[in-house]
Write a protein that binds this ligand. Sequence first.
Ligand code: PRP
Ligand code: URA
Length: 211
Amino acid sequence: MAKWDNVTVVEHPLIQERLTLARDRHTGVAQFRKLLEQIATLMAFEITRDYPTIAVEVETPLGPCQGVRLAQRITVVPILRAGLGMADGVLQIIPEARVGHCGAYRDIESLTPVVYYKKLPPDIARTDVIIVDPMLATGGSICEVVSTVREARAERIKILCLVASPEGIAAVNRGHPEVRIYTAAVDDRLNQKGYIIPGLGDAGDRLYGTA
Ligand code: PRP
Ligand code: URA
């Protein structure tokens, strides 16, 4: 799907099967939480695929061996609340990553994003940043958090989401054209309340049982 700039749709069958289950309205809180975590773990392989490495040598029990380590540290930035459900999945395979938190919610009437909390690692500028949030709807929340992370002088930023809308992708491309989006699906459109159709509903509510 090369229809949008800066978007990678991760179409692995395991991811697509779990996304289908997550979309299902009959999937309960516990399973939804598990699915979000599993999908994030699987997608983390794709989002880190082009991260540079440095050659290192280790000693095996039988002698020296050439290997690699990641050139940069990684910072995972979940957008509260729903991003927390994906951050744990990424940390499954990158347990040494730092975690910076950003809290953002959409004003229910205007859909304008409000950043209400920010705690980022002091050396975030020297790390590869992965912003995680399952839903890229209008794009307001993610664009605001990308700006927040950029204000902290981070430059290498990627977005990991589960479901994106064409409108949200366009907003990121306009506001932050250098930032690549990794998503499991690009859905049809937004409804009048800014929800992704068909989407999966309110990700935060389904994750925490607050509907
Ligand atoms: C949801 C979602 C995103 C945002 C997407 O969060 O997790 O952060 O909406 O919408 P946007 O692209 O139009 O900004 P929400 O505001 O519902 O907060 P929550 O995670 O605390 O439920
Ligand atoms: N936030 C959600 O949780 N779901 C949507 O469809 C849009 C925004």
